[in-house]
Ligand binder design. Structure first.
Ligand SMILES: [Zn+2]
Length: 380
């Protein structure tokens, strides 16, 4: 069994929009309030406050601010559970310190129970009338929870989380190495290359004009809000184009293969390189790797992340020679040891694949002396 989410657009009427705004606001208020409480308590007494303590404090908070009782109480509790997992990720060094939610960003709240889809395909949430929803594909599996969100451009969505039996992987034994790049978005050891569409760069001129117009509008004016929406829509379109492209490639890769080895990228470190930072944000490798892992689990394809300090580009995938003087500009090179002609990226893919196979071998069984020597040779 695994989780799969379906995202549908919803069209709340004005009255419903006003109520949803309250729900977003309360959820944001509670989230931000408890980040503050937790940091304060930790600074004072070095105690880690968690969901249990928060839930008790929430009851008191609701007495103080009675408007918190107007929205679904389970959604507020769910907000605290989400905050708890954000803190857990932070303490496990898997994520950043939870950030304050802002009104100008994407808004959301989750409904864990007591919601339903009516016979005429509307979404019924606690404390409000059913909302018109466009169900563009059939929902399979058991429905677990629903998350309502609003984009900065003003669109509303319902993301329905389900649990379902997952399809089995194609038993073809195909394994590939996958390298991510800027010139080509990704390259496989097959070899296969997927171009980098550079969506952000293509919209940059339009975006600059609109942003300039926005900056000239008077604060708090109607025209400023209109200009803000236009800018938000351009950003949204770029993000949608990118996501769509990545969905297609990741689905193709996990359906055709049983194992994919790719580099574990240090994206934060790379974005610090100011010359490349815009291009690197535009390719959104992090999002792609998440999609790959999510789909890998859905379709039964293993994703192996290879240590990023492994010299995948400089090593000859045939004889193991390390070419120390290889620069970023060298797209192709010849190995001085075995005289094979290499395409830089495809060679890197072959190395990633070989490395992760060795690693699996040494983790799966007793590490044999031969493996250990080979691992050392590759690592050095
Ligand atoms: Zn060689």
């Amino acid at each position: 069994m695994g989780n799969k989410a379906y995202k549908f657009r919803i069209y709340p009427n004005q009255e419903q929009q006003a109520f949803l705004a309250k729900c977003f606001g309360c959820s944001r208020f509670v989230y931000n309030h408890f980040i503050r409480v937790t940091t304060d308590i930790y600074a004072e007494s070095k105690k880690h406050f968690r969901y249990k303590e928060w839930a008790n404090l929430l009851v008191k908070l609701k007495r103080e601010f009675d408007w918190l009782s107007e929205v679904n109480s389970q959604s507020l509790q769910q907000t605290l559970k989400d905050l708890e997992s954000a803190f857990t990720r932070f303490f496990k060094k898997l994520g950043k310190f939870p950030r304050f939610k802002r009104k100008s960003n994407r808004q959301s709240f989750r409904v864990p129970q007591h919601f339903s889809i009516t016979e005429d395909n509307k979404l019924k949430l606690p404390k409000m009338d059913a909302i018109y929803m466009v169900i563009h594909r059939e929902i399979e599996g058991t429905i677990k929870s629903v998350t309502i969100s609003k984009t900065p451009s003003g669109k509303y969505f319902a993301s329905i989380l389900t649990e379902q039996a997952l399809p089995k992987a194609p038993l073809n034994g195909e394994k590939i190495g996958l390298d991510l790049g800027l010139k080509d978005f990704c390259i496989t050891s097959k070899p296969e290359k997927f171009p980098n569409p550079r969506y952000f760069k293509k919209s940059l001129r339009r975006l600059k004009i609109r942003q300039r117009r926005l900056s000239r509008k008077a604060k708090e004016s109607n025209n400023r809000n209109k200009a803000r929406l236009t800018v938000a829509r351009i950003h949204e379109k770029v993000a949608n184009q990118r996501l769509d492209y990545q969905h297609k490639i990741s689905l193709k890769l996990v359906c055709e293969n049983q194992a994919i080895s790719c580099e574990d990228l240090n994206i934060k470190g790379m974005v610090k390189n100011r010359k490349l930072s815009k291009q690197i944000s535009d390719v959104a490798w992090g999002q792609f790797l998440n999609l790959l892992e999510y789909k890998g689990e859905l379709y039964g394809c293993e994703i192996h992340r290879v240590d990023r300090f492994f010299p995948s580009s400089k090593r000859c995938s045939r004889c193991g020679y390390i070419k120390e003087d290889l620069t970023l500009k060298d797209r192709e090179w010849d190995c001085p040891e075995c005289h094979v002609h290499h395409d830089r990226d495809i060679n890197a893919c072959h190395n990633l694949l070989a490395f992760s196979e060795l690693k699996i071998l040494s983790e799966g069984q007793e590490s044999t002396p031969k493996n250990a020597v080979e691992m050392q040779r590759i690592n050095s």
